[in-house]
Ligand binder design. Structure first.
Ligand SMILES: [Zn+2]
Length: 447
């Protein structure tokens, strides 16, 4: 057993919680998903939280710990201490699924269907699409987090087509012409779809051969003493580096070229972005909180050994261009120490509560079934329940407001993530695209 494991054990395991009754806060046991891209062993926050919440008894240093699920989804239902499922305690399904994600390498290029598409996919192929719900999702970074999200502006894609002949060789002449000629919004959407369809359906022998040539050239440029002309912007260099890294993780997968057409982002802890249905994205590395409508429907197209469904993906995407808006949350009016991250969908919003040493912060769940996960620090709930990072709780709809407190002898703040149904639907803090794009001059937005 590692030293950290031992320390977590000494600090108290799942079973030593004070027994709380209905109507108050209840310790919750999440479910671990061990997908191959997860961070391994105790380096993974998912592993540490799983241990602290009693979801696992020990951590295998060689195993990946990818996702921790808090919710009622049948693929990973959460349990209460008394043996009931969360679904039994809620009296039905929660409308959202809350996750902690530790990504050591890239997840597949994917999009999630809207409700109509989800119903159709679920009836046509229930094996691959296990439920009929849509899955808008929101990510909040816990560490610096790299991701690809949404299509680049068409002007950027045109620059890459001109500069990288290997990428150009994977796209039909017709699609390239459409990219260079498009003027109106409709033409741009149409050109993006043509480009994406052409790239995704390119003869795999051609795209593999071109990828090999591209990697050799990019590698040579990286290794040479004067690798880049001085006028090459950072976002172009960073895309090249990203392609080299992705191809190491997924050898021979042309999806490694996707930084040429998807926005490549690095967001800081506390920053967040929202993905509406039908937007292409891929998480690359880092740890996040993720909240989504209760669904596990993923249409994949690359960077994965799993089932790919290129045709459905091509047909369902919206082909909106430009990066997502990056949101840093908004303080609640009655309690500025609670930030809310509110997406434009009714199923969920996420709150981050911060309680400093010597402080007390009330949280009222406003009659909504609510999930709480301790992210950082040590404190008390209602003066009798010690909380540590990774411990998680369920607040039933009839729970009284709870009080978080941190003794003044502690150095750091207690930080708690909270998920519930969206109570601020008319006041979203985040949008899927373009509507609230802000410049981030002080921040290295493009990776
Ligand atoms: Zn996703």
């Amino acid at each position: 057993m590692s030293e950290v494991t031992e320390q977590l054990r000494r600090n108290g395991s799942f079973t030593d919680f004070t027994c709380h009754t209905e109507g108050s806060v209840l310790p919750l046991k999440p479910t671990v998903q061990d997908y191959a891209w997860g961070i391994r062993g105790m380096d993974s926050r998912v592993a540490r939280y799983a241990l602290a919440s009693g979801a696992i008894k020990e951590v295998d240093p060689d195993a990946p710990y990818a996702e921790l699920w808090f919710g009622t989804h049948e693929k990973g239902p959460s349990m209460l201490q008394d043996g009931r499922t969360l679904e039994q305690a809620v009296g039905g399904q929660l409308p959202f699924l809350f996750k902690i994600i530790s990504a050591g390498k890239a997840l597949s290029i994917q999009a999630h269907p809207d409700k109509d598409n989800a119903r159709r996919l679920n009836s046509e192929n229930p094996q691959a699409y296990g439920d009929a719900n849509h899955k808008p999702e929101m990510a909040i970074a816990l560490t610096p987090f790299e991701a690809m999200c949404g299509f680049r502006r068409i002007e950027e894609i045109a620059i890459f087509i001109k500069k990288h002949k290997e990428f150009a060789a994977c796209i039909s002449l017709e699609a390239k012409l459409a990219i260079f000629m498009a003027e109106t919004e409709e033409e741009k959407k149409d050109a993006l779809q043509k480009m994406f369809r052409s790239f995704m359906t390119c003869d795999p022998e051609v795209s593999r051969a071109q990828l090999t040539l591209l990697l050799q050239r990019l590698q040579n440029e990286q290794n040479s003493i004067h690798p880049h002309p001085h006028d090459e912007p950072a976002w172009e260099r960073k895309s090249a580096r990203a392609i080299l890294r992705l191809s190491q993780q997924f050898p021979d997968d042309a999806g490694a070229m996707s930084p040429f057409f998807l926005n490549y982002l690095l967001i800081a802890p506390g920053e967040s972005f929202f993905m509406a249905a039908n937007e292409p994205h891929a998480y690359v590395a880092g740890e996040i909180i993720e909240c989504m409508a209760c669904s596990d429907n993923v249409v994949r197209a690359g960077l994965t050994p799993k089932f790919k469904d290129v045709n459905n993906l091509i047909n369902m995407l919206t082909y909106t261009q430009g990066g997502p808006s990056i949101d840093a949350g908004a303080p609640l009016e009655r309690e500025p120490r609670i930030l809310r991250y509110t997406p434009p969908v009714p199923e969920f919003e996420v709150l981050i509560l911060r309680c400093g040493p010597g402080e007390k912060v009330y949280f009222d769940n406003e009659d909504e079934p609510t999930i709480l996960v301790i992210l950082q620090g040590t404190g008390m709930i209602d003066n009798d329940m010690v909380c540590h990072p990774g411990r998680s709780y369920f607040l039933p709809s009839d729970a009284a407001p709870i009080l978080f407190s941190v003794p003044s002898c502690k150095r750091g703040s207690l930080k708690v993530s909270i998920a519930r149904r969206n109570l601020h639907l008319s006041l979203p803090t985040t949008f899927s695209k373009g509507k609230k794009l802000r410049e981030l001059p002080e921040y290295d937005y493009e990776m």
